[in-house]
Design a protein around this ligand. Structure first.
Ligand code: PEP
Ligand code: MG
Length: 325
């Protein structure tokens, strides 16, 4: 079945009424970047660098990082690669950098940790810039941003890394574009200010769901409450898309929802046209989107957003799919 879906990727992802969607790959391990895997995607929509850090016994050096990032960029060729800066903390511990907190998901995570250790952030940015260059499309993504100051500081470090390398290296240095994960709810209300600072946003629907619903994404006691189909979450996702379109801010989504068949239907109904997902989902989503009418989904979305809970949202979508046969 997986092989059959993989073959689907030879077809451009377009709905029956001609609406195109770009499908990107989420990756963290080099082994997940085999040629046939990456060839089936429009690029790498999320490369989680923390996996590299978690596999080491200490912080990887600049040279070690360059080597790995270059392999990631090589795998994608001329297609875009969204490379995320270190996103440890929360559910992703680094054995050689222990953090003990009562509330790790509300604690020292992602960009917060990087900005408190600028030497680590600068090294990572320098490694990424050196791995990129002419002929690559490198986009740097900042995780867990919760305020505009963090963006300004990170952009400052990117500029510093770029200027340093320009004066140090003979090779042609290219400044990558920069964007943020949209996963802390407050930023949903500041997209106009975000738009003047970055080139793109990528919605992290896993953390956004966790923070909007106040439900730990990994706690089995409350897993039934963790629901990205909660109409409140769906309205937030729709609002983010509408705001970004109005502001001319490039938006994509890389949380698990994008790789789920029902989630992908909702997202393209909202207007998302860049979905990033695990390899196992790529073929399935391509197959599905080529068999639906986007206009019908848009009508369905109006109904769905007014349903009282996620369970009914899913039931409605399944009913829609059943009628397609
Ligand atoms: C997310 O939060 O949706 C996301 C893609 O990031 P991660 O799952 O790595 O936290
Ligand atoms: Mg996240």
């Amino acid at each position: 079945k997986q092989k059959q879906f993989q073959d689907e990727l030879a077809n451009p992802c377009e709905t029956l009424d001609g609406h195109k969607t770009q499908l990107f790959l989420n990756a963290g391990l080099l082994s997940g970047l085999a040629d046939d895997v990456v060839q089936g995607a429009d690029g790498i929509g999320l490369y989680r660098t923390e996996i590299l850090f978690m596999l080491h016994q200490r912080f990887p050096s600049e040279q070690e990082q360059i080597k790995v990032y270059r392999q990631v960029l090589d795998a994608a060729g001329t297609r875009p690669v969204v490379m995320r800066t270190l996103d440890v903390g929360g559910d992703k511990p680094l054995p050689y950098f222990p953090i003990n907190e009562d509330n790790p998901f509300l604690g020292w995570r992602g960009i917060r940790l990087s900005l408190d250790h600028p030497e680590l952030l600068l090294m990572q940015l320098r490694a990424m810039i050196q791995a990129g260059g002419v002929g690559t499309q490198l986009q740097i993504l900042l995780p867990m941003v919760s305020n505009l100051d963090e963006i300004d500081q990170a952009v400052g470090y990117l500029e510093q890394a770029y200027q340093e390398l320009k004066s140090e290296c003979d090779a042609k240095i290219v400044k990558p574009s920069i964007g943020i994960m949209l996963e802390v709810p407050a930023l949903l209300y500041q997209l106009d200010d975000v738009a003047t600072r970055v080139d793109f946003v990528s919605v992290g629907s896993n953390d956004l769901t966790q923070y909007l619903l106040a439900v730990d994404r990994n706690n089995p006691n409350v897993s039934a409450l963790f629901d990205s189909y909660h109409p409140g979450i769906l309205r937030a996702l729709k609002r983010a898309l509408d705001d970004c379109r109005r502001l001319g801010l490039d938006i994509s989504i890389c949380g698990e929802l994008a790789g789920e068949p029902l989630g992908a239907l909702l997202l393209i109904a909202m207007g998302y046209d860049k979905l990033s997902m695990n390899h196992a989902s790529l073929g399935k989503i391509n197959y599905l989107l080529r068999r639906v009418q986007r206009d019908e989904l848009r009508v369905l979305l109006d109904t769905v957003l007014r349903l009282p809970n996620g369970q009914q949202v899913r039931a409605k979508l399944i009913e829609f799919l059943t009628q397609q046969e």
